[in-house]
Design a protein around this ligand. Structure first.
Ligand code: GLP
Length: 241
């Protein structure tokens, strides 16, 4: 995996935002895979700035988010949909109908149909051109928790205890953090033509070290990215092992 170490987080955020801007200028109908969480916030801030000041347009772009919590009502403030609206979609010219997230709204029956239609929608648009990823403390990518096989597709998963603990700050109490989510699978992620992984801060140093040192191993999902033809990990000084 190609790695880029930068002194400070904004440098990596700028590099990735520049790459996304170059892509959408070259291919106005580009398909982006997008992450939520603390990690990508600066990239989105930079894209919003570039849209306002440098006329970068997202008019023809399609976006697919990695994951969404299961069982939250659409107007719940902690859905990843709300998060994306707040950090990116409300501030650029992307068409609302071009922004896709897995449909995690409460449902009584089987979760397979919304998962299948998510995979089909990605395929129908020709696949993801550039995928933005963060890494969870336990090595998860999207919500592919340890034990996720390389062949997995979009599906419903149970969240790991660390993942839920990390979400308490947003939900207030552990009991309010959803227990399940819909996530793209490892196979879905690996089909993206380019993958950019970001990791910032000392909290991520152990998992960055583990990811770089481990040959593909489903107990450390980020290690499954090794061998992808165009994957780059960008880390700041604190996250560098
Ligand atoms: C979240 C998301 C991941 C994200 C990771 C790291 O729960 N599902 O896509 O990359 O965990 O989160 P953060 O960037 O807040 O450290």
């Amino acid at each position: 995996m190609e790695t880029t170490r930068v002194e400070a987080r904004p440098v990596a955020e700028r590099l990735v935002a520049d790459e996304i801007a170059a892509l959408v200028r070259r291919k106005p109908s580009a398909v982006l895979g997008l992450a939520t969480g603390d990690t990508p916030t600066g990239v989105y801030r930079e894209l919003v700035r570039m849209h306002r000041e440098e006329r970068v347009s997202f008019r023809g772009v399609h976006t697919f988010n990695l994951d969404e919590y299961c069982g939250l009502a659409p107007d719940h403030p902690e859905t990843f949909r709300s998060w994306m609206q707040h950090h990116l979609f409300d501030h650029v010219d992307v068409r609302p109908e071009h922004t896709h997230l897995p449909d995690g709204r409460p449902r009584e029956d089987d979760w397979a149909p919304p998962c299948k239609s998510y995979e089909r929608a990605i395929e129908d648009l020709g696949g993801i051109d550039l995928l933005l990823l963060g890494i969870g403390r336990n090595g998860h990518i999207a919500f592919n928790e340890p034990g996720s096989a390389r062949t997995t597709r979009t599906r419903r998963v149970e969240l790991h205890p660390w993942t839920r603990e990390d979400a308490v700050a947003r939900f207030g109490t552990l009991a309010r953090v959803p227990t399940h989510a819909l996530t793209m699978g490892i196979a879905t992620l690996l089909e993206a033509r380019a993958i950019r992984v970001l990791a910032f801060g000392a909290r991520k140093a152990p998992i960055v070290a583990r990811t770089l040192a481990t040959t593909p191993d489903m107990n450390w999902p980020a290690s499954l990215l090794h061998g992808h033809p165009d994957v780059r990990l960008l880390v700041d000084r604190e996250a560098w092992p």
